[in-house]
Ligand binder design. Structure first.
Ligand code: SF4
Length: 328
């Protein structure tokens, strides 16, 4: 990443007259952060590296940057997210260097099972290859639609683990093609669109239909809802991370729980984890923060842990299972 970005970053820092910067990085880009710090110090800009692991653009270290007297925050690895930031912030997304067309070509017969009219979505890592993917698919006779998404996302066709709005296109499509690694995003896409969804992984070259995955995860989630069935006291957890802070939604959930005869208290956390909650006297928790937290780490929770939409299911206020989303 450094060959491409270092000069561009320096140019922006000069424009901002930056003397001291904080560099924030996800796990996989720690060495790049170190390299960038070296490079900037060679250019007479003091660089501090944040040692806290970052998981998304929803968690910018702008407050920390301000506290440390930094003029600019450099946020590595994620694309821009519209947030009210306390210092100028340069987002440097990490784009994957992998041949997406090769993976599409290999799985063409599976993709054809989606139908002719398809919506195409991906994660930020592959967003620069979306055009190439569309050209390839159109050449093969597909009609491809890319959703705009809402204000939380940076690029057309981009999905986040907390936002699948770009998977919903203004056209009646036969199915959705997800390009990327991992299951969380395509499961969310399938649940949000209710369309047949095929995930093509450009790294492994594999393709996987999401119906079985959706079934598996929804069954697990109903297990959590059942576990919370008799719970009286709920801890409703909000995050203090800027892009995950959903106070109004948490208050809505508290009001709903109380209306239905349950007790509920608001808990604010930075790093949400079950160990830190040991000792509290709650029967179940609701995470109104990153929607991945209660799903990805469910095995670590002793008490039932639900999303806001799962609370609605618990209380009989909705019927369809959907992943929680943070909309922009
Ligand atoms: Fe990713 Fe969760 Fe942040 Fe959304 S809230 S961007 S899923 S870390």
């Amino acid at each position: 990443m450094h060959e491409i970005y270092e000069r561009e970053v320096l140019k922006k820092l000069r424009e901002l007259n930056a003397k001291r910067v904080l560099i924030q990085t996800p796990e996989g880009l720690k060495r790049e952060a170190q390299y960038l710090a070296d490079f900037l110090e060679g250019e007479e800009i003091e660089a501090i590296i944040s040692g806290d692991i970052n998981y998304g653009a929803c968690d910018p270290a702008d407050r920390e940057a301000k506290l440390l007297g930094c003029d600019v925050l450099i946020h590595l690895g994620h694309s821009y997210m519209q947030l009210n930031l306390e210092v100028p912030t340069i987002f440097i997304p990490a784009f994957a260097k992998v041949d997406v067309v090769k993976a599409l070509d290999k799985n063409l017969n599976e993709i054809k099972k989606l139908g002719k009219k398809i919506a195409l979505v991906t994660t930020a890592q592959h967003i620069m290859d979306l055009k190439k993917a569309v050209e390839f698919l159109e050449e093969k006779g597909f009609q491809v639609f890319i959703g705009e998404g809402d204000n939380r996302i940076s690029f057309k066709g981009q999905v986040l683990g907390c936002n699948f709005t770009a998977a919903k296109v203004n056209e009646e499509v036969d199915g959705v093609l997800f390009l990327g690694a991992g299951y969380f995003h395509p499961i969310g896409v399938a649940l949000a669109t209710k369309k047949p969804t095929l995930a093509v992984n450009p790294y492994s070259g594999d393709a996987l239909w999401m119906d079985k995955e959706v079934e598996r995860i929804v069954r697990k989630r109903w297990g959590q809802i059942a576990k919370a069935y008799d719970a009286k006291k709920f801890g409703v957890i909000i995050s203090i991370k800027k892009g995950q802070l959903r106070l109004r939604e948490a208050k809505r959930i508290i009001a709903l729980l109380k209306e239905h005869g349950r007790e509920a208290k608001l808990i604010a956390m930075n790093y949400i984890n079950p160990d830190a909650l040991e000792g509290f006297d709650f029967d179940a928790y609701v995470v109104v923060a990153c929607p991945r937290v209660p799903v990805d780490d469910v095995e670590r929770w002793r008490k039932a842990v639900l999303t806001p939409r799962e609370v609605e299911l618990l209380l009989g206020l909705r019927e369809d299972y959907e992943f929680d989303e943070i909309l922009g």
